[in-house]
Design a binder for this molecule. Structure first.
Ligand code: ZN
Ligand code: ZN
Length: 187
């Protein structure tokens, strides 16, 4: 089976059914804003409603590599590595106008069977040492890898928690709601 031909189909289905994936074989691909779910992720971090509201300076590029490993103790373990490169316009927490954020990060994750999640050894774990590195730990269910969910969580872990459109933003008046960056009111 030609995996490179079929990966687009898998990803359009949003989850990767990895039972057919060959063990120890790395396969790599790129995801761009042309995928509908990456657009949706941009809309979500921007708190925008419609795709038309996205601007020219916004993008989201994701490179991913996937290797399925077999482990006698843990069964299938998916090593999911990659990088995210994005620019987006999160609303300023003070004045709510669109800000601007560049976000670039690499990630190393391992995705393990959700049955392990309830085991005592795993209860407190958020990372796991496997395949030569300490990796962020995620879980799969029913032999399905939900890449979107994982990328979504990683983006939220890495992006600025309290974006400002400008460090000196004066915010909105708490009484009349006027944007203090534009207009000073009497309150
Ligand atoms: Zn602001
Ligand atoms: Zn006011």
């Amino acid at each position: 089976m030609d995996l490179t031909q079929s990966h687009n189909k898998w990803l359009s289905e949003e989850v990767l059914k990895f039972s057919k994936l060959a063990t120890n074989q790395k396969f790599e691909f790129d995801l761009t804003i042309n995928n509908s779910w990456t657009k949706n992720l941009l809309l979500e971090v921007d708190e925008k409603e419609k795709i038309e509201e996205l601007t020219d300076r916004e993008f989201l590029n994701i490179s991913v590599s996937i290797v399925k490993k077999w482990n006698d103790k843990y069964n299938d373990v998916i090593i999911l590595d990659g990088k995210v490169d994005m620019q987006f316009e999160p609303p300023c927490i003070r004045c709510l106008c669109p800000g601007f954020e560049k976000l670039k990060f690499n990630f190393s994750t391992c995705v393990m069977d959700s049955k392990l999640e309830d085991e005592e050894d795993f209860e407190e774990l958020t990372t796991f040492y496997i395949d030569g590195a300490e990796r962020e730990l995620f879980y799969y269910e029913n032999l399905s890898l939900n890449i979107i969910e994982i990328i979504h969580e990683l983006v939220y872990l890495n992006k600025m928690p309290f974006p400002l459109h400008d460090e000196k933003c004066l915010g909105l008046c708490q009484q009349c709601g006027k944007d203090q960056n534009i207009e000073t009111c009497s309150h």
